[in-house]
Structures are given as structure tokens and as C-alpha cells.
Unconditional design. Sequence first.
Length: 397
Amino acid sequence: MPYYRRIGEIPPKRHTQFRQPDGSLYAEELMGQEGFSSDSSLLYHRYLPTAIVAAEEYDPPAWSRLPNRPLKPRHFRTHKLDGGGDAILGRQHLLANDDCRVSYVVADRPSSLYRNAIGDECLYVEAGRARIESTFGVLDVGEGDYVVIPTSVIYRILPVDGPVRMLAIEATGHIGPPKRYLSVRGQFLEHSPYCERDLRGPTEPLTVDESDVDVYVQHRRGWTRMTYAHHPFDVVGWDGCLYPWAFSIHDFEPITGRVHQPPPVHQTFQGPNFVICSFVPRKVDYHPLAIPVPYNHHNTDSDEMLFYTGGNYEARRGSGIEQGSISLHPGGFTHGPQPGAPERAIGVDYFDELAVMVDTFRPLDLCEPALSCEDTGYAWTWAQRSNPPGGVDPSTG
Ligand SMILES: [Fe+2]
């Protein structure tokens, strides 16, 4: 994240003496990416951020990946999944490859403290509200918010006034705005669909006085429960360009045209070998002969996952897609609007749709929770059949 922020108390010069009221030094910590060659922040702790008193292996809920075989388009109904649990350990993994993992959770209780040492996380709030607390401070989030948590930030998620529904995209690298929307110095350019004014970061430090505090660390070789001598939320000030931040999908300004615009105009973030796009309510194509829904397309190098999070998704009408649905259109399969959608769309000037798309360059495998909520008849809906020839699909919706 290139946008510089400064919160709380920090010394005027970095790496110099900065003393607590009792005369002792604050403990300075640099959190930085790509070997001191990219974004970083300097944090000032009351206690040593290195002081741990225990480390134990932790077994997270088991999960597995199955290849998308036979290859076919898929439809998963996330609202059929059991809810409950917290927003981190309760995540139900749906789709994954070596670059990212997509999960869904209906969280009804506060999470433990957590650190993802593998990569950045992008959380999308489908419904409900939450308070996200981290070493950098607090982010209050609600329906439509994306939250980007940089690698290794210690944080926790607390639902506010009831359960919160979230889609979690965990990367094996860094997630940020598309490079083409940034100047060489990192400022959002005029053609970007959002800019610095739309971003929210922590506004003040958050400190908690506790000792012997557990942090669940997901790292490149498994999970470990580390116990810190003092609560990690002991930062009195920080500055820099690396911190958790939030951006509402409702602040994404759609790019429209006379004829149908390709998905890259919806791109909101980039990650390692994947992109995240936002489909938001917008005026649609206004050429006198325009067909506002997408043309059939085959993005030969990508798998495409779409999470339907609001409105009516015109191109998918008749497919069984509903609020909370996820479609997966893999490479090797041409996809497009449902039969009749192009004719119905002619003359329409506004789409009230809200969806989050993840396009990956490597194929997405299927995880067990996704299979448990799959609408297995989806693949045949373009042919307007409910069952494959000669067979019965018992779970066809
Ligand atoms: Fe597509």
C-alpha cells in the first residue's frame, strides 16, 4: 500500500532514542516487504515484540484440494454452508491453488489473535459488521467493505451486533491496487476507479495490557500457537506505507462505454497470479445497437470465480444463481450469459448487480465445503437441461 500514514506518537527521526514515561526506550520494529526493498512501517512498542514464552504446533481444521475433474462450470451456494465459528479458524475453504485460497465464513464470535505469515489477505464483508483490531489500530467494517491485511500483521476479528458473513482471499504474496492505476511514486492516477480518499486506515493506536497471550500463526510450514509475554497490541505509534486498510465496493466508480467493456475495467486489486474485480451497479452500454450483457468468452489462461453479493445478476438469470452464490468458470470451458439474457438486456440502461470476481492464472482446485453446497445441475443450464444425458443429478437445484 503506497499511501503514507502516521498514527500516535513517534520520534521525529527514525532509529533514534524514543523514551517511555518511565525513561525506558520504546522498542522499535520495522515491518517491511521484499527484503527492505518495498513498503514498510515503523512501529513503537511498549514491550519487546520478540518476547515469546512458548511455541506449540497447532493442528487447524483439516482441509484438502481436489482437481476440478471432470472439468465443468460449477455453482456453489455458500448460504447452504453451516455458519458459526470465528472469522479466522471458522473459514470454510472453497477453492484453492498455489497462489490463493478462497474461503467463506459466517462468524458469530470473536476470533483469537492471528498472524498469516504466508501472504496478504483480502476479506470481503458480504453482510454484518465487524471490528478488526491489529497492532496498527482498529478498522470498523461492514457490508461491502474490502479489507486488505498485509502479511504477518497480528490481528483479530470481532463481529458487532450479530454474525458477519465474509469471503476471505488468502494470497501467497502481496495484494494491492492494480499497478496500471498508480504513478511511479504510488499515487492513484486520474483513470483509476478509486483513489486515496476512498481508503480507510486505522486512526489511532490500540493498546491492550495483558500477559501470556496466544497468537495463532499460519506459516509456510503449518500452524504454530505462539505465546507472547505481553499483548501484541502495545504500539503507541507507527508510520509508513504498510498497514491494514479498508475500501468499500460502493466507492468503486465503474468504467462504462458505448459497447460492452471487458472485465479488466472492473479490476480492483492484483495479487500473485490473480486479480480481484468488482461488478457494481452501473449504467450499461449505450451504443444504439448495444447488447449490455457479456459476449460468450473464453479467457484461455484463467479460471474465473464470481461471488454474487447483491442485486440482480442479469446475465445469469435462469441459472439458479442467488445471493451468496459462487460460480466457477474454468479455463477449457467457454462461458457466457444464460439463454435469452442477451435479448432481454437490449434497451436496458442500468444493471443493479454486485459481485466480486477472482480470476486466477493457475487452475482452482475444489475443497470439500464447496462440494457440499454444489448445485450440480449448473453445468447444463446453458443447454436448458436439468440432468446430464443418460444420468440423474440428484442435487440439481
Ligand atoms: Fe467471464
